[in-house]
Design a protein around this ligand. Sequence first.
Ligand code: C5P
Length: 419
Amino acid sequence: MEHITILDDKRIILGVTGSIAAYKAVDLASKLTQAGARVDVIMTGAAQRFVAPLTFQAVTGRPVYTSMWGTDTGGGLPTHIAHVGLGEGADLLVVAPVTANSLAKLAHGLADDLLSVTALAARCPVVVAPAMDGGMYEHPTTQANLAALRERGVTVIEPARGRFASGLVGRGRLPETPVLLGHIRRALGRGGSLENMKVVITAGGTREPIDPVRYITNRSSGKQGYALAQAALDAGACVTLISATQQLPVPVGAVLVPVESAEAMLDAVLTYSRDADALIMAAAVADFRPAEIAQHKIKKADQDDEAPTLALRRTPDILMAIKTQRAATGHPRAVIGFAAESHDLLENAQAKLRRKGLDLIVANDITAPDAGFNVDTNRVVLIDAGGAQHPLDLTSKARVGEAVIARVAALLGTEEEAR
Ligand code: C5P
């Protein structure tokens, strides 16, 4: 697993309490560690009945803390008093799963085990992920405790609905690791370079209907657009993701606007960009659509070899429409386009940048097998309005996303104010 920039070198305390979902926290601890974070696990006594401390120690490569009576913490902590040492140095405290009991302790300031004492000593952001069976989550007492924690700025990860270990069905399951990671990234992204900025991002290849069953589309997977959305979220932005693909997991915190055709994407982009700070058009918008959409499925006649001819029309150019809107309203303040080209990459990208009035264009050579459509890596050149070219080496779409988002922060003049 590639390091995740926002988690890299972060000191995360993972509190694990006595829920059957404690076994899922092993995967979370492992993924956080693989992403580059230093994970210090604190287990309550009840948690140790479900999973052995050794399991967490094995996946994090660090000692696991279980008692508030020991003084030798090991692990290079700043003080010999475990709770103060752990709490002081942490970037984030995550309690996953948190039981109704530990939740009540956190809400009321009880401090009778290492986790609850550390929570009081810590000054970092806190994320809790409740997991409990049989209606305990819905109980007014639990809800009141959660409300108190939210009031204090604690991030509460809504549990999922589903089947419990008891066989009952309801809300109270610990969400899967990618969802937990998404919330953790969001909490760490607070105060980032795009804090309070509204960023609209388009992704995927549009589908232009021929009849009720057929459409014309292109090879875009939407991966680069989704990676941009995640990078913007990591930088603290409010992200609206206008997506023509519904195949990818939506990054936690993004508002998804599903669309199908270029026409529908145009409407959504104009609506959501009205008050946006930045628009990033990563979508592969179809240039042509069928002139007529047949109401019924076009049938082939059995005895007839004739095939229908498809007349095409141009679709609206969304960035040209945005250029007009921007001239009138000043929004979006920064506009970034993509140029997916198979020849004369830089010349074509420069021309597009000028014609569409962009602040930055991401020039993408789609002929290379390791870049462009459907793969997880990309090789791009960023070209700014002054014509300066910044080539990036072959890298992951996540890293390309971060490089573009750093440019957006520079364009909006927010990169200096961050944190
Ligand atoms: O004109 P071309 O498709 O080559 O330009 C690519 C850029 O323009 C991309 O950012 C794409 O999202 C955007 N585009 C658009 N409206 C279209 C076609 C492309 O905004 N109809």
